[in-house]
Structures are given as structure tokens and as C-alpha cells.
Design a protein. Structure first.
Length: 298
């Protein structure tokens, strides 16, 4: 029998049940198909816990939901009541509006407040000069924004307008945001992505000890031909070469889930010098794993 109460566990026994439910619901087996069908039917008449909507990619922007929800969950485990999420490259604003609305659901599910910030020139892509910026694919002024229309719908989210090379350095001083927990990077260009990563040169206390990151321009198609010699992949590679305390790496936990289309675009940033990096966050999840591994008496 499907135990929906186990999705919002009260103790470690229910954690084990919840994890088993998630494994079934995300598998390609017959039981997984049946579980998803039952959940979809339930969802037509009742509101599912946010955790399962995120796990099954049943939100309008599942990549954004995944990063935001899990960043808030990490903050909750660390005792941090507020976080910020940032979108680099707002364009029309659909992603930022999703984050603004999704923040309310996250607060209700986790108790963690989510502030939303969007960085953009407001006038589309800047000059595309460097070979590494893929000038064969990107041109200046692509992806322009209707600022007035977006601003009218955006509150309480905030736009940070200007070239990212100029705006990242003063962001924490000007806006005093809660610790950053998730970043969505859709700046397209190698140069702009490199500039955005300079945000990580600030004090690590401005961030959670581990960040969820989404990079939009690392997969592409035959015309883009993204690789580590250009674009965002090159910016990430060079960042890791320069840094000692912060490392950006591709997630490993989503790679086996073929139904997660964005699995090669989720990265984690580890702030290894962060004062909370070593703080234990396992809690009831570890107890559930221990219970499953315990030798049963005959």
C-alpha cells in the first residue's frame, strides 16, 4: 500500500519508508510505473508534498525546483532560516518568475525563506568578441528583456541590472542577501560565465557550504558544439584550476536517472574552507540507512 504519510517523515523508520517510495516512484520497473500512476491520480485531487513533486520532476521548471528545494533542505539541516537563489541571465524573465512563486512553496515545505535575485544586462547579450564565446552561435543583443513588463510582476524578487563583470563585486554589500544556496547560470558566453564565477571570490560565509548549480549551456546540440575549449565548460574548468578552496563539479547522484533530462547540467560547488562545511547533516536519513543495513535476527 502506498504510504503518503511517509513522504513527510516524523522519525527514522518513516525516513526508510520514504526513501523506498522514492526509489520505486523514480524507477523504470513495473512497480515504479504503477506508483507514479497512483501518485498522478492522487495529485489530481490533492496536493502532494513538495518533496515528491521535486523528486518526480512534476514542476514547471524541474531543474530550478530541484536546486532550490534541496538548497533549502540543506539550510534547514544547518539551522539557517533564509537563503538566496540567483539566476545569471534572466532574458525574458520566465525562470525568475518561477523562482519567485516557487519560493513560497519551499517556505511552506521546509520553513526556509528564499530570496530571489536575477542578474542581467537588460539589453541582451553583451559584445561577443572572444573565440571562446562561440561567436558562430551567439550575437550581441540576443535575449533582450522587457524590463517594465518584468518588473511589474517580479516583486519581491529583485533584478540586478548591468554587465555581470561590474555587478558581482558589489552584490553582497549593496543587497545584503541571505546566504546563497543555489545558482542558475544561463549567461551563454565564456566571458560572462567567468565573470559571474568571481562571485565566489567573496567571503565563504555569504554562501551555504555546498551550493546547487545549474548551467544551461553545457550540453547543446550539433550547432553549438560545446566542449571544454569554449563557453561555460571552459569557464568552469579554468575556475577550478585557479581555486584552492572552492570546487565546482558535476553531480554524480542524478547521472543514473535517465528520465532526468537536466542531469548533466547540475553541478555542486564545494566551499571547503566554509566554517560549516564539516557540520553533520545526516540526521534521520542516516538512521534510515543504518536500519536497512542492520542484520536481522533469525
Amino acid at each position: 500500500m502506498l504510504n503518503l504519510q511517509a513522504i513527510a517523515p516524523k522519525d527514522w523508520n518513516e525516513v526508510a519508508e520514504r526513501n523506498a517510495l522514492f526509489r520505486h516512484a523514480t524507477s523504470s520497473s513495473l512497480s515504479g510505473i504503477v506508483t507514479r500512476a497512483i501518485l498522478k491520480l492522487y495529485r489530481r485531487y490533492f496536493v502532494l508534498p513538495l518533496a515528491i513533486d521535486v523528486a518526480l520532476n512534476w514542476t514547471a521548471r524541474p531543474n530550478y525546483a530541484y536546486c532550490t528545494y534541496h538548497a533549502a533542505d540543506l539550510a534547514r539541516r544547518l539551522g539557517i532560516p533564509r537563503i538566496s537563489v540567483i539566476e545569471f541571465g534572466v532574458a525574458g524573465g520566465n525562470g525568475l518568475l518561477f523562482l519567485k512563486d516557487f519560493a513560497a512553496r519551499v517556505r511552506q515545505a521546509t520553513g526556509v525563506e528564499v530570496e530571489v535575485y536575477g542578474f542581467d544586462t537588460g539589453a541582451g547579450l553583451p559584445e561577443v568578441n572572444a573565440t571562446e564565446d562561440l561567436p558562430y552561435w551567439f550575437r550581441p543583443s540576443q535575449y533582450r528583456m522587457d524590463q517594465d513588463a518584468l518588473q511589474a510582476r517580479l516583486r519581491p524578487a529583485k533584478l540586478v541590472l548591468g554587465n555581470v563583470a561590474d555587478t558581482v563585486s558589489g552584490f553582497f554589500t549593496k543587497y545584503n542577501p541571505a546566504p546563497v544556496g543555489a545558482i542558475f547560470n544561463d549567461l551563454d558566453l565564456y566571458t560572462s560565465t567567468t565573470d559571474s564565477l568571481r562571485l565566489f571570490e567573496q567571503d565563504p560565509s555569504f554562501f551555504l557550504p555546498r551550493l546547487f548549480m545549474y548551467f544551461d549551456d553545457v550540453v547543446g546540440a550539433e550547432l553549438e558544439m560545446y566542449s571544454e575549449c569554449n563557453g561555460q565548460l571552459l569557464a568552469i574548468k579554468e575556475f577550478n584550476r585557479r581555486q584552492q578552496d572552492v570546487y565546482i563539479g558535476l553531480n554524480q547522484n542524478l547521472l543514473a536517472r535517465n528520465e532526468v533530462y537536466y542531469r548533466y547540467q547540475i553541478y555542486y560547488a564545494h566551499f571547503r574552507a566554509h566554517p560549516l562545511y564539516r557540520q553533520y547533516v545526516g540526521g534521520d536519513d542516516q538512521k534510515g540507512i543504518e536500519a536497512a543495513l542492520r542484520l536481522q535476527r533469525p
